[in-house]
Design a protein around this ligand. Sequence first.
Ligand SMILES: Nc1ncnc2c1ncn2[C@@H]1O[C@H](COP(=O)(O)OP(=O)(O)O)[C@@H](O)[C@H]1O
Ligand SMILES: [Mg+2]
Length: 158
Amino acid sequence: MPRQSLVKFQFISNSAEETRSLGVKIGKRIQSPAILILIGNLGSGKTVFVQGIAKGLDVPEDYYITSPTYTLLNEYPGRFPLFHFDFYRLENAADIYSTGFYEKLESTGIIAVEWADRLSEDLNVDHLRMDFAAREDNSRIINITAIGLEPIHLIAKL
Ligand SMILES: Nc1ncnc2c1ncn2[C@@H]1O[C@H](COP(=O)(O)OP(=O)(O)O)[C@@H](O)[C@H]1O
Ligand SMILES: [Mg+2]
């Protein structure tokens, strides 16, 4: 079996607006179902990024996107349905089954998952992985790994 193609890229964001704009750019490029795996501490910018993705997917502006910390999944209509998961409160990886995550993986929507490091196994499908880290100033280092050809296209020449 050939290994999936993989591209890594680092983005420095100096403000919430820059992180949101990165999401808008990537969201606009989405032309087929995609999986966005978002890793990073509280406050590192994962939800801000998803707000940008929603904008790029033409989710109506009257939806205000917050972390689905208690609901585990929020769903928004757009060019593609956006399924926004947050696994922060999950106690163990087995509980992920009850969130509907694996069903949504088979759907034609866009999946964005905060705290995806709660997933016990590596995802064996193409996806974009984003690692967010806050620095002492307000900036964020965002390490992006694109796994598969479609995800690579999403981050090409950003
Ligand atoms: N460069 C930046 N990128 C993203 N968010 C930033 C940045 N600088 C400051 N912030 C602030 O940090 C917070 C990030 O919150 P949020 O996106 O909810 O984090 P997470 O979902 O990772 O817990 C927001 O209050 C945002 O305004
Ligand atoms: Mg969040």
